[in-house]
Write a protein that binds this ligand. Sequence first.
Ligand SMILES: [Zn+2]
Length: 336
Amino acid sequence: MKKVFIYFIAFLFICFILPALLTKFEMSANIETSSNETQENEAKTSEEEYVYNKYGTIKLLHADTNEVEEVELDTYLCNVVSAEMPVDFEKEALKAQAIVARTYTIYKINNKKHDNADICDDSTCCQAWISKEDRLARWADNKEEKWAKIEECVNETKGKIITYNNQPINAFFHSNSGGKTELPVDVWGGGTNMPYLQVVETSGEDGYTQYNSEVELTNEEVLEKLKTKYSDIQIDFNNEEDIKILEYTTSGRVKTIKFGNHEISGTEARSIFGLRATNFQITKTEGKVKFTVVGYGHGVGMSQTGADSMAKNGSTAEDIIKHFYVGVEIKEVNSI
Ligand SMILES: [Zn+2]
């Protein structure tokens, strides 16, 4: 009888208790595996995401509507990079632009221009910006691929900014330097406290459409345009000495130019006559004045076409940045 009872217990054990134990063991093994997976996922996420301690969200002012929008820094940078640089430029040039734009933004957060916002979307005031929707609408083809390229360039430079003496630099940039960048003092009359902005030479900028341009005006148009600023302007167009470049800047751009009874700066001439840059020559022909211009933009800091030209020759984003901003370092924003 005792034997039968033992067999019965053994039968119960094999049929019910053992499978239950095994299942429990398996379940706990599964739990362990899934918790390992969770840990792995967490590690992956923290590797991919950069936590911008105090710069995670920025206040962006939309200049046309006067609305202030709170946006994540790197999302904002995708909108900036895609507005500021052609997407078909080399990836290392776009990455340099992403680091420059991030630096410029953080500099602006710390040196506010606007009362209720960190930065605005007007390129003449702060930094250009375009919504993803508008950007995609303006690209003719491979829209998602192009956007993915921009996102990659921002993501691959996460957290990186340019510093000088451990401070974010005022990262000026422009379209085409014409081969040589310009000192800020020769454009705005200031900037001597920014020793990282020097005259540097870059080859290959003549290969871009932004390099050469011309503006031809009749003598009357020249007078008309100058009158908007100088109502008493008088020019003797038959006198060789009456329109003359008087002085050049360190980089070879026009510093001062004479128009009849007035001497004006190259920067002012650029604005009055709508020239792409202050690197120009003047030729006078029958009843006309021709400005032959080299480069595009103020010429200070990084040249975008120069960056692309360097990238085509194998330079990295870091090489490009260290070429255009002298004596700088690239650091993680949280480390400063
Ligand atoms: Zn602004």
